[in-house]
Write a protein that binds this ligand. Structure first.
Ligand code: C5P
Length: 219
């Protein structure tokens, strides 16, 4: 039902957190629920897109009508993203861990009284920057998200340039906003055309409007 302006378009979407193992039973994670990503996947599918939904271990279930590829780590997410290309548009809503434990243990670390483990970290690949800067086969539209707690617009504008993506969807995830893990979002869309501040609305409504904008851009 309704218009399907994304029919015939293949859209890649990352969503959720990543989990980076410390040992077989422990991991490092973040508070991303996957709610905005799942809502966006549903909205894109509703407009007729063929959606490849690459998701970390999220709290919110993936939407129906999309191809779900479940991953745990940033490296697995990068591999899944590369395998999904080429696409018409790629949207990176996942909260990818910036760091992984440099040498995760294959065996459970034993508790030794009075002796604490010291974890060393290694930098994870930046999946968005990698895809946005591809020389061959870059998606026609590359969209990143920026979760910030301070100077949202300045930081997100700089992030857009640094990563080389077309749009950044920025939001303020300070705890007092209730956005991270909540059902509402207040976003700023940053593109070549400038900065648009959207009213606070449900994550479903943000998803529907963003999906429509993506359809307009691909038309
Ligand atoms: O640098 P930062 O994590 O704030 O950038 C956020 C944006 O970059 C999001 O779109 C996120 O999905 C993407 N990202 C990524 N791979 C990373 C880190 C972030 O794709 N390793």
């Amino acid at each position: 039902f309704g218009p399907r302006p994304l029919a015939g378009k293949r859209v890649l979407l990352t969503s959720g957190p990543t989990h980076e193992p410390i040992d077989p039973v422990r991991y490092i994670a973040n508070r991303s629920s996957g709610a905005q990503g799942s809502a966006l996947g549903r909205a894109l599918a509703d407009l007729g897109a063929e959606v490849v939904f690459v998701t970390g271990p999220a709290d919110v279930a993936p939407p129906g009508g999309v191809e779900v590829i479940a991953v745990e780590t940033a490296q697995e997410m990068k591999d899944a993203v590369e395998a999904a290309l080429p696409v018409d548009a790629a949207v990176f809503a996942a909260a990818v861990a910036d760091w992984r434990v440099a040498s995760a243990s294959g065996r459970k670390l034993k508790k030794v009284a009075g002796k604490m483990p010291i974890l060393e970290f290694a930098e994870n690949p930046d999946i968005l920057a990698h895809v946005a800067q591809m020389e061959a086969g870059r998606p026609g539209l590359v969209v990143g998200f920026a979760a910030e707690t301070d100077d949202v617009i300045e930081n997100a504008t700089a992030k857009r340039e640094r990563k080389g993506c077309d749009w950044i969807v920025a939001n303020d995830v300070s705890p007092e906003t209730g956005i991270m893990g909540g059902s509402e979002n207040a976003v700023v869309l940053i593109s070549d055309a400038g900065t648009e501040t959207w009213a606070r609305m449900s994550k479903d409504d943000v998803a529907a409007q963003l999906a429509q904008r993506i359809a307009d851009a691909l038309a």
